[in-house]
Each structure stands twice: as C-alpha cells, then as structure tokens.
Ligand binder design. Sequence first.
Ligand code: UD1
Length: 422
Amino acid sequence: MDYLLVNGGKRLRGTVQISGAKNAALPIMAACLMSEGQCVLRGIPSVSDVEHLSLLLRQLGMRVERQEDGALHMQVVDEGNSHAEYELVRKMRASICVMGPLLAKRGVAQVSMPGGCAIGDRPIDLHLRGLEALGADVQLVDQGDILCKAKTLRGAEMFLGGHFGSSVTATCNVMMAATLGQGTAVIEAAACEPEVKDLADFLNVAGAQITGAGTPRIVIEGVDSLAGCEYQIIPDRIEAGTFMVAAAITNGELVLENCRLEHMIGVTHKLRQIGANIESNGDKVTVSSARHLEPVEITTQPYPGFPTDLQAQFMALLCLADGNSVITEKIFPDRSMHVGELGRMGARLRKEGPTVMVEGVKRLTGAPVMASDLRASAALVLAGLIAKGTTEINRIYHLDRGYERIEEKLAAVGANIKRVER
Ligand code: UD1
C-alpha cells in the first residue's frame, strides 16, 4: 500500500489549479443513466471514487470513456442490468446515487444497502422516504439489497429533513427520480449544497425542468425524456478549502485557480477570523497568512454553514493557533478519527461527545500516522506540512478517493512531499 512522506517546515508559494468537484461529479455521472444520448462531462476529477462509479456504471450498461482532452464521454448502451451489487457499493457510499436514475428510467433499481463507514452509521431512510413519496415500492430483499420498483413515478410534495438536517445525496437521488416522473414534485427541506444545484443545472441542460435547486424548496416538473448534452462541472470547494489551509498553516501564499469563493462563504469567514488574508479576482483566489493564528469556534452545518468535509483540515490548522479553539461536528458526530492521529504529532486535543477542544501548541512533530477517512487524511497531510521532521501517512487510498494528485500539487508549490509505492 502506498504511503506519503512529508518533511515539514516549507512555506508554500505558487499557483494551484483546483479540480472539478468530486461531489458534483458523482451524482451527475449517475444522472447520465437517464439520458437517451451521449453526455460529455468536463472537469470530472481523476480520483478513485470516480473510477469506482465508472466501474459500477459500466456494469449497469453504460459506456464510460475518458478522452485525451480529459472529458468523460458517457452513454447507456444496454439497460439489461439494474443491480448495483455489494462488491462495488461497499467501496463507495455515493453509489447509492444510481438508485433514483435507475428507478426513473428503467422502473426498477436493486441496490445493495451501503454499510456503516469510518465516519459513523449513515442511514438511507431519507432516500427511501423520498422515492416512496413518488410512488415507488421499496423492499429490503436478499443479501441486504434494497429493491425499488415503480411502473410510473408521480410528482408529490415531500419533506426530506432528517435528524441531522437535510441530506445531499438523498436530495440528489429524489430530484433525479422526479425528473422523469409525471406531474410536479416538490422537495421541502432539500439540501442547498452547490453540488445539488450543479446536478440540477446539468439535468436542465439535458431537458429537465427543475427550479429552486440551491434553496430548501426544489420544484421538479416531470419530463418524458432527457437528451445527451455537454456540461462543465463546478470546482471542488473542499479541495480549494484544503489548499487554503495549506497556505495558512505554512505561513505561505497560494493562488488558487478555478476557485469559486461564492461557494465558500462559511469557510472564508472562519479563515479570516483565524487571520488569513483572502483576495479574489474572478475565479483566481489568493490566500496568505501571518505567522499568528487566532483560535476560533467552529460548528459544522449544512450549506451555507461550515462544511463537515473541512472540519478535520481546520482542526489541523487550529492546533497551531495562539489559544484554545472549539470544534463541534453536527453532521457526522463520529467524524473524529483524526483526533488520535493528530495527538501522535503533538496536538493537544480533548474530545467530549461531538465536540473537540483544541489547545494551540507551538509546534507539531512528525510521526507515522494512519489515515482513517478521506478528509482526515487531508488533515494529516496538512499537519505534516508544518510538523518538525518527517510524517509518514499510511492508508492513503482514502486520500486518493477525493484528491487529484494532491502530493504533486503540493510539491509544485514547494512542499517536501513524496509518494512511496510498496
Ligand atoms: C454528502 C457528501 C459528503 C459530505 C456530506 C455532508 C457526496 C458524495 N458526499 O454525503 O462528502 O460529508 O454530504 O455534507 O456528496 N442522513 C440520514 N438519513 C439519510 C441520509 C442522511 O439521517 O437517508 C444523515 C447522515 O447520517 C448525516 C446527515 O444526514 O448525519 C447528512 O448526510 P448526507 O448529506 O446524506 O451525506 P451524504 O449525501 O452521504
């Protein structure tokens, strides 16, 4: 298994190209299952989650081809198999996004129920509640599979709020299914994340009639079919946020290209409180920081609040603040596996329930550490960038799920980091 070696202490300087958003790419790729023609998607990042979904989509009868110019060409060639099996679904929870499109287009979807994962139990009740509201018959069948069937889906009003607020992939799934339904569907308490809006924008280019995406109320007028189309996906706000922290933690200065600050209000607000300077010129954003970092309180929330996907990276940053910070995880309360690993590097962290008290220290020290999930891995890389000595980060397949060539991008702006293959 590959690992990363990072020698800390280099100030990062230079320009980083931000990739397309993984979390927009996945549902948009799944939505191509509903299209009658070829879809050409631009900006789809080369990360292992995209590879896994491509594999699953091929099993479901789609041709998926990466072109030399980076575009992904996708077209359904065979609608015979509508079964997403455990072997692939267990590797990536977002595989659940094929459920809505399969049901809407083929009238049947059999999808293995995704299990728990490193960031806690992740139920799918909201997905199923929404699909049932549209008239689907949903059953748990053999081998932990969910079987959804519907001759016709019919528009309905529904409330998709859950215990932890709205759900991103449930909103995507139900919105996709309603696109090919009859009549008008209204989703209340919809997730407002930019990736949901991007999916709706893609569907509308393909012929759907969706309004309100990006707000808590989405209205979908069913259409008979979707056509092929070309679409450019939005930049990855989580990758951008990770590089912003990389600039701040190394006291460096990075210019991020292909960065949409309007998707990052909750993040830039906190980063400025911590002491970073952020300036934008169109989609070019410059981030720099003074040596002194202020402690802050962070609570993760659904968009436009502070994203759970940047909680771990900001924890790494706040380890070096001048004082005590408090971070509360409200979306995935068990998302704290990085706490112990950062502790191995000299961080002073105390966890109480979903809250972590972060006592700022003068320095972190390199150590062998273990990545536990995608964003936790990024936090360890960031900590390694400033730690004294060498940090060895193991299990980086987690990192590869969502970051495109992160070590190359960091090395290009001055980090001492390399991937070791073994
Ligand atoms: C998506 C993102 C993930 C991000 C998360 C929260 C993708 C592919 N992944 O994940 O990177 O961390 O949003 O911003 O876009 N919940 C239920 N019932 C459900 C579904 C979810 O109770 O049926 C709960 C979850 O356990 C969690 C909260 O709702 O507490 C939000 O989860 P959700 O938005 O669904 O996360 P994902 O869509 O899986």
